[in-house]
Design a protein around this ligand. Structure first.
Ligand code: ZN
Length: 135
């Protein structure tokens, strides 16, 4: 019998996590986290249901709003201090600053969003989340 303070040992049948770091790097390159050669995305943010090269099932991902949240978080933390520093040093026209940083933010977010989504899918694949562990 297991007492309350003890943690039950994982069953021998439970699959182990896959290597996380190579999976994340492959996801950031928009490649299949399993083989690293097949393309992960079928569109800008659409993920292939299955890898074209190794056949790994990728339809189990549940990235939802996570990639958008992380993209905004990273872009904001890079560009907001940069905007403050540029304003304090050069005192540009605020309209010019706003237009320039708006264009820069959109460009940076569009570049990062699919890569961060690839990393989310790779993380879920490596941790065997949402049905990735069934195969
Ligand atoms: Zn593959």
């Amino acid at each position: 019998m297991i007492e309350e303070h003890q943690i039950a040992a994982p069953s021998a049948a439970a699959p182990e996590d896959r290597p996380l770091k190579p999976a994340l790097l492959r996801g950031a390159k928009l490649l299949c986290p399993n083989c690293g050669t097949g393309p992960m995305m079928s569109g800008f943010l659409s993920v292939h249901d299955q890898c074209e090269v190794c056949g790994e099932e990728l339809s189990h991902h549940r990235a939802d709003d996570g990639p958008a949240y992380v993209t905004i978080l990273i872009c904001g933390h890079i560009l907001a201090p940069l905007m403050l520093v540029l304003f304090e040093i050069y005192r540009p026209d605020p309209l010019l600053l706003m237009v320039g940083f708006s264009i820069g933010f959109v460009a940076m977010a569009l570049f990062m969003l699919p890569r961060i989504k690839g990393m989310f899918v790779a993380l879920q694949w490596a941790k065997r989340m949402h049905g990735f562990g069934d195969s």
